[in-house]
Design a protein around this ligand. Structure first.
Ligand SMILES: CC(=O)N[C@H]1[C@@H](OP(=O)(O)OP(=O)(O)OC[C@H]2O[C@@H](n3ccc(=O)[nH]c3=O)[C@H](O)[C@@H]2O)O[C@H](CO)[C@@H](O)[C@@H]1O
Ligand SMILES: C=C(OP(=O)(O)O)C(=O)O
Length: 434
């Protein structure tokens, strides 16, 4: 098995070009099914979830071509099936976008339950509620579900909670539905807006994306064309935090700074300094950090996906910090791993209480999901000695090449092959010490 091994880093110095957004790419790739003609997407990262989508696309007859410049062309003209392989659908989260993208054209979609990072509870009731309002019926089987709609009809949908996934899914379904759909209490995330912009470029009639009310007039068909995915704000945010944890200066390039507003504001409170340009952000820090309180929230609030890396950062901030997780109340799997490294963190309810300023020590730790992996990478930058991270397939689900990026900042970091039993023994010893 592969692990990531990294050493404590001195002040960082360098810049990282930020890849295209994973979460937006997942939506844009599925959304391409709505078109009648080829779609070329630029900036789609070469990561696990995208490779699964290409496999699914292949299964259903949507040919995909990765060009030498990295662009992907998808040809939805020859899709012959809306039966999505159960295991492939369950190997990542956003497979449910294939429902919204295929239902109007095929009237029936068979698909496995969504997978992705496991935060104990990730319901899809708002997807079900929204699509039902448009005329769909759901039948749940043991290992998959079937969604049917002879005809999708526009509807007025009030979400009970703000969800980017259900907002995008219902928007996709509404694009080729009969009549007008209104999504109220919609998510305002940049990934929602990116999807709406692409669909409009291809002939959809969507207004209000980026606000809490989105209106969609159904159209008969979408053309296809070219679109460039937005940069990954979550990866950018984590690299900015790395300057706080190791000191020095880190520039992220090819970003949309507006997407990182709440992150920059919080990191400024903590003591980082920023130079924000049109498409790049430089974070610098002397390493002296102040404790803070933060609550995660849907966009434009402080993103839950940045909560885990922030926890690593706050272990280095003198005083008591409190992180309250409002989006996924149990998203604290990373805390036990940080404690192995010497962090003093207690989780009560949906809050983590961090007594910062204690030195971290390199250790064997396990990444349970993408951002837990990011958190451990950041903690490893500050920890005395060597940190070995297992579970790196999760990190690879989000990052094209984290190792090269950290190396370019001056970090000693490598992928290493180890015997699985050896890794398990090292993790067991670490657990016993907790
Ligand atoms: C592939 C993708 O884009 N993943 C992101 C997406 O996940 P995902 O789309 O799954 O998350 P949502 O935005 O849907 O979830 C937001 C909140 O709504 C709740 N909810 C959601 C759907 C539903 O039917 N019912 C319901 O109650 C969730 O439990 C959560 O508390 O947004 C999350 C929140 O920003 C991020 O952590 C994920 O990285
Ligand atoms: C939770 C995440 O991903 P997914 O929704 O794909 O599991 C994430 O990107 O942090």
């Amino acid at each position: 098995m592969n692990i990531i091994r990294l050493e404590r880093a001195g002040p960082l110095n360098g810049s990282v070009q930020i890849q295209g957004s994973k979460n937006s790419s997942l939506s844009l790739m599925a959304a391409s099914c709505l078109c009648d003609h080829p779609v070329t997407l630029s900036g789609i990262p070469d990561i696990y979830d995208i490779r699964v989508i290409c496999d699914i696309a292949d299964d259903i007859g949507m040919a995909t071509t990765r060009h030498p410049n990295g662009d992907i062309t998808l040809d939805p003209g020859s899709i012959h099936s809306a039966a999505i392989d159960k295991e492939k659908a369950s190997s990542y989260r956003a497979s449910y976008y294939f429902i919204g993208a295929l239902l109007a054209k095929f009237g029936k979609v068979d698909i496995g339950f969504p997978g992705g990072d496991n935060f104990v509870s990730r319901p899809i009731d708002q997807h079900v509620k929204g699509l039902k309002a448009m005329g769909a019926t759901f039948t749940f089987h043991e290992d998959h579900y079937t969604v049917e709609a002879k005809r999708l009809t526009g509807a007025d949908i009030y979400f009970d909670t703000i969800t980017s996934g259900a907002t995008i899914n219902c928007m996709l379904a509404a694009v080729l539905a009969d009549g007008r759909t209104v999504l109220r209490g919609a998510a305002k995330d940049p990934e929602v807006v990116d999807t709406a912009i692409m669909l409009n470029e291809f002939g959809a009639k969507i207004t209000g994306a980026g606000t809490d009310t989105i209106r969609i007039e159904g159209v008969n068909s979408l053309r296809g064309g070219q679109h460039t995915v937005i940069p990954d704000r979550l990866i950018a945010g984590a690299f900015l935090m790395s300057a706080g944890i190791a000191g020095g200066s880190v520039t992220v390039t090819d970003v949309i700074p507006d997407h990182l507003g709440s992150c920059i504001a919080k990191l400024t409170e903590i003591g980082l300094h920023f130079d924000v340009q049109e498409q790049s952000i430089t974070a610098s820090s002397t390493g002296k950090l102040k404790a803070t309180r933060v609550r995660t929230a849907m966009y434009p609030g402080f993103a839950t996906d940045l909560q885990q890396p922030l926890t690593a950062l706050l272990t280095g901030a003198l005083g008591k910090s409190i992180i309250t997780e409002k989006v996924y109340p149990k998203r604290f799997q990373h805390v036990a791993q940080l404690r192995r490294m010497g962090a003093d963190i207690e989780v009560r309810g949906n809050s983590a209480f961090i007594r910062g300023g204690l030195p971290l020590t390199g250790s064997w730790v396990h990444a349970s999901d993408i951002r837990a992996g990011t958190c451990l990478l950041l903690a490893g930058l500050a920890a005395e000695g060597t940190t070995c991270i297992t579970g790196i397939e999760h990190i690879e689900r989000g990052y094209e090449d984290a190792i090269t990026a950290f190396r370019s900042l001056g970090v000693t970091i490598a992928l290493e092959q180890v015997d699985a039993a050896h890794a398990e023994e090292k993790l067991r010893i670490g657990r016993a010490g907790l």
